[in-house]
Design a protein around this ligand. Structure first.
Ligand SMILES: NC(=O)c1ccc[n+]([C@@H]2O[C@H](COP(=O)([O-])OP(=O)(O)OC[C@H]3O[C@@H](n4cnc5c(N)ncnc54)[C@H](O)[C@@H]3O)[C@@H](O)[C@H]2O)c1
Ligand SMILES: O=C(O)C[C@H](O)C(=O)O
Length: 341
């Protein structure tokens, strides 16, 4: 069984290509930490459907056995194992090629992502400490908010443990790209599956900077006001869902889809498929900030190349300057936490 995650990038395209190559498809273990949560459950389902995954390891502090039993009945390739207690975390992680972290509390109406810092910073720190011990070579995809701080926390934890490799650590910003594509396609009346929009910066409010001037296919049908409105809607997309859920959490289904798209891209890169490019929040020299989201070429070691910003409109140049202060503060807050705790 195959799931089409994106046009032109169906997971079944790789096995077909491999049919004509002498190289076998490698076994890949993917671990999901926070697997029984609002994101974790649909993400576990979608990752189970990716034919590149041979072992799906599900970990949560509560509710894992039910999710693991349920997902394991799906007749796709990946073997499923579930782990619940902290003593089993090592087993959950050992041998993982890719670890995805959606563990942590979500927002309620009126909260910012930074309001989650006090709880989620400690969760990410302890999970990354275990990753450094049990699967230091794994690619790590961080979903837990505030991503602008949790990724720097992870980097500092790995540095302290002596396992840091900047090529292997990713903040998942794919949902911003997915939203930008959806909103742009609707406004410009373009087929959504043909649309691409890079989103750079970070993953909170004005730090999310969609580059509609680089959207493909291009269009002449959008006014400056339209672009401003599309930018604002993309930046506020998470809040739109939080408010619609009215106290029952934040985006889970669209996030699970985004997480699966990004995980699939990481696995393809690991397997040596060429020209896999996604936006992600990574260690970066693109600006003066130590972490920044931009297009990244994925390869056998994770990040193969962090791509530059390309040419920006005046509006985007202003957006870039405006986001730097907040993004810098969030990055430093994460680093400071990791040093002091
Ligand atoms: N990066 C993004 O674009 C994006 C999008 C949506 C949500 N998020 C973030 O993802 C996180 C999770 O959201 P959700 O809606 O799934 O929340 P949720 O509360 O439904 O699920 C979180 C899960 O994490 C588990 N958990 C808590 N501490 C843990 C630990 N130490 N080890 C393992 N598991 C642990 C909980 O038991 C729970 O099952 C939130 O921080 C949210 O803000 C990020
Ligand atoms: O908005 C949130 O709190 C969750 C997530 O970051 C999102 O963008 O949907």
């Amino acid at each position: 069984m195959a799931i089409a995650l994106r046009r032109g990038a169906t997971p079944c395209s790789l096995p077909l290509r491999r049919l004509f190559s002498s190289e076998p498809i490698p076994d890949r273990k993917v671990a999901i930490l926070g697997a029984a949560g609002g994101i974790g459950q649909p993400l576990s389902l979608l990752i189970k459907l990716i034919p590149l995954v041979s072992h799906l390891s599900l970990y949560d502090i509560a509710g894992t056995p039910g999710v693991a039993a349920d997902v394991s009945h799906i007749n796709s390739k990946a073997e499923v194992t579930g782990y619940q207690s902290e003593e089993q975390l090592g087993q959950a992680l050992e041998g993982s090629d890719l670890v995805i972290i959606p563990a942590g509390v979500p927002r309620k109406p009126g909260m910012t992502r930074d309001d989650l810092f006090n709880i989620n910073a400690g969760i990410v720190k302890s999970l990354c400490t275990a990753i450094a011990k049990y699967c230091p070579k794994a690619l790590v995809n961080i979903i837990s908010n505030p991503v602008n701080s949790t990724v720097p926390i992870a980097a500092e934890v790995f540095k302290k443990a002596g396992t840091y490799d900047e090529k292997r650590l990713f903040g998942v910003t794919t949902l911003d790209v997915i939203r930008a594509k959806t909103f742009y396609a609707a406004k410009a009346k373009l087929p959504v599956h043909e649309v691409n929009v890079p989103v750079v910066g970070g993953h909170a409010g004005i730090t999310i900077l969609p580059l509609f001037s680089q959207a493909t296919p291009g269009t002449n049908s959008l006014s400056d006001e339209d672009v401003k409105a599309l930018t604002k809607r993309t930046q506020d997309g998470g809040t739109e869902v939080v408010e619609a859920k009215a106290g029952k959490g934040s985006a889970t289904l669209s996030m699970a889809y985004a997480g699966a798209v990004f995980a699939d891209a990481c696995l393809k890169g690991l397997n040596g498929v060429s020209d896999i490019v996604e936006c992600s929040f990574v260690q970066s020299n693109v600006t003066e900030l130590p972490f920044f989201a931009s297009k990244v070429r994925l390869g056998k070691n994770g990040v193969e190349e962090v791509l530059g910003l390309g040419s920006l409109s005046e509006f985007e140049k202003q957006g870039l300057e405006s986001l730097k202060g907040e993004l810098k503060a969030s990055i430093w807050k994460g680093m400071k936490f990791a040093h002091e705790n």
